[in-house]
Design a protein around this ligand. Structure first.
Ligand code: AHG
Ligand code: MN
Ligand code: MN
Ligand code: MN
Length: 333
């Protein structure tokens, strides 16, 4: 009779990483990087849970490079990422939505990896307690160790990613991670303070017309072909559900779990797309491909896009293979 509650044999995120990464080149360094990221997520999760009590809601009073009003939790989450990753001895360059330029780790603490991250995704949803998240994407440096890391180490297409993942601060605290061999989901078990594997080898539901996720308020300024594609979702006696939380990674996670498609098309307010390539679209596309889905900008796979600047934006469509094929049919008409 297994004693309830004592999850002595649950597979923790740490053990999962050790089991799967130690035989890889730089495996040890990648494991220690992921352990640092796990600590970042635990800290941000605690701040998010405490925000109402510790008066961490609301705006900081500053504007970031995106032209967005920074929330207090944006700043706290950003600082947490930079402090932990900068002291992990596993990173050399850091890219954050909240930092104008690339952050270079101090020399004697530099390691092999570059991390691009959205420290707090869904800032507009903080004060109303809707799900929010953190997103990260990990590259290995291309320039030789011992030389100064450079922008070429950062502006790599998503196809070069070593790992990517996200945290969801939702009804439970969850981490979803891929290191290139499938996608796994871990839920925080507060009784032991560990992330435990609850969703091994996540694969997308491929049936079509499951649900779609898009902010329809921008409809009038979409490409007419996209207007038509969305209309097909409403036609017939079986219109399919539309869901939109307004936190990218929460809308993405629901799409990964239930199937369907997420869209953020170009619109009048964001003519080149709103979502950022390096720390929103690439990690999501890396993960969804590992789960049997696809991520495209309408012309090419997101992972094949060559970044030009660290805050590039792109139009993005993320969904099951069939839904993306259906979209491409509409776009190519
Ligand atoms: P962030 O909070 O990290 O700046 O991201 C905001 C993004 C994303 O979370 C969400 O999908 C999108 O903004 C919502 O944009 P709209 O309000 O235009 O739909
Ligand atoms: Mn933002
Ligand atoms: Mn975001
Ligand atoms: Mn953000």
């Amino acid at each position: 009779h297994r004693s309830q509650g004592l999850n002595s044999n649950s597979l923790t995120l740490m053990r999962h990483c050790l089991n799967n990464l130690m035989d890889k080149p730089d495996g040890q360094e990648l494991v220690s990087l992921l352990v640092s990221i796990q600590s970042v997520v635990k800290n941000i999760g605690a701040a998010v849970r405490r925000a109402g009590i510790s008066r961490l809601f609301g705006a900081e009073g500053s504007v970031n490079v995106q032209g967005e009003e920074q929330q207090k939790l944006d700043i706290i989450a950003n600082q947490t990422f930079i402090n932990y990753l900068g002291n992990s001895f596993a990173t050399c360059l850091l890219v954050s939505e909240e930092m104008d330029n690339v952050v270079e780790v101090e020399n004697e603490k530099q390691g092999s990896f570059i991390v691009c991250f959205d420290p707090l995704d869904g800032s507009n949803n903080i004060d109303c307690l809707a799900s929010i998240g953190s997103i990260f994407a990990i590259y290995k440096r291309k320039t030789p160790k011992g030389t100064a890391p450079s922008l070429e180490d950062v502006l790599q297409p998503g196809r070069q990613l070593v790992a990517a993942g996200y945290a969801l601060y939702g009804s439970a605290l969850m981490m979803v991670l891929s290191t290139g061999n499938g996608v796994n989901g871990f839920i925080m078990d507060p009784s032991i303070g560990e992330f435990v594997l609850t969703k091994p080898n996540i694969t997308m539901n491929q049936t079509i017309r499951r649900q779609y996720s898009v902010n329809e308020s921008y409809r009038n300024s979409w490409d007419p072909k996209i207007q038509k594609y969305i209309d097909t979702k409403k036609q017939g006696d079986e219109p399919i559900p539309q869901r939109y939380i307004g936190t990218f990674i929460a809308d993405f996670h629901r799409t990964l779990m239930y199937g369907g498609i997420f869209l953020y098309p170009n619109n009048a307010a964001s003519p080149k797309g709103k979502l950022r390539l390096l720390y929103e679209c690439n990690p999501a596309s890396f993960i969804i491909e590992q789960a049997g889905g696809r991520g495209t900008n309408g012309q090419e796979d997101v992972l094949d896009i060559q970044p030009l600047t660290i805050h590039d934006r792109t139009q993005v469509f993320l969904g099951s293979k069939h839904e993306i094929e259906d979209l491409h049919t509409c776009l190519n008409q």
